[in-house]
Design a protein around this ligand. Sequence first.
Ligand code: HEM
Length: 202
Amino acid sequence: MIPPAVASQPRKSRHMVETLVNLFFLSARYLHIVATTLIVGGTLFFEMVVPIAINELKLEVQMVLFARMRWIFRWVVYISTATLLLTGAISMYRNWNVINGDFIRFMVQAAGPNQVYSLITASFFNWPRFWFLAHIASGLFSLVIAVALVSGGKPPERPLQWMRINLFILMIAIFLASASRGARQNLFQALLKNPSIPGARE
Ligand code: HEM
């Protein structure tokens, strides 16, 4: 049944607001993924392709080219970092129930403490808050390294090795984001099979 407060709103405006809100959150997710591809692809290109491409040129030419490409790459990093921070904050706002515990409390209400407890103790892949926070921490860490590597007048000592390390941390951040979403899905899917919940299968 539609709650009275919602039913009293004109139907058309309710649909419009719902669609716009969905579009907003969907765009934020989409931009988060686009910025991810830019920063990961850019780092991969800088770390793997550039050194091979300029390898046989004279050292002075190599230095000039490297400095110019670093200048361009700097803007890729700045733009994708700003986008990841903004869209990440929007996603955090939307999924705040994972952080404040409402998500797991809802699961306990729906399925009872026994099923939720046994799922959570069965595997650490069923820990939504842990993976969620781990993604944010690793994401922030990788962005700090990426910005530090391209900021300032001259590159740090061993820039390519640092890029390689950061590429690895970026990949870990992606894994942790997948695990975060996966943990919530694992719990939901287990609930779908709980016979004591109305509408569940099996
Ligand atoms: C401070 C920076 C960041 C914040 C606050 C942030 C926040 C978030 C949040 C809250 C989610 C949703 C997780 C979930 O649904 O369980 C997410 C998803 C994701 N994040 Fe980040 N993130 C940040 C940085 C990064 C970085 C650096 C990368 C890339 C290496 C990245 C890649 C992803 C990907 C691929 C997803 C999955 C997108 C989806 O399924 O919608 N994030 N992020």
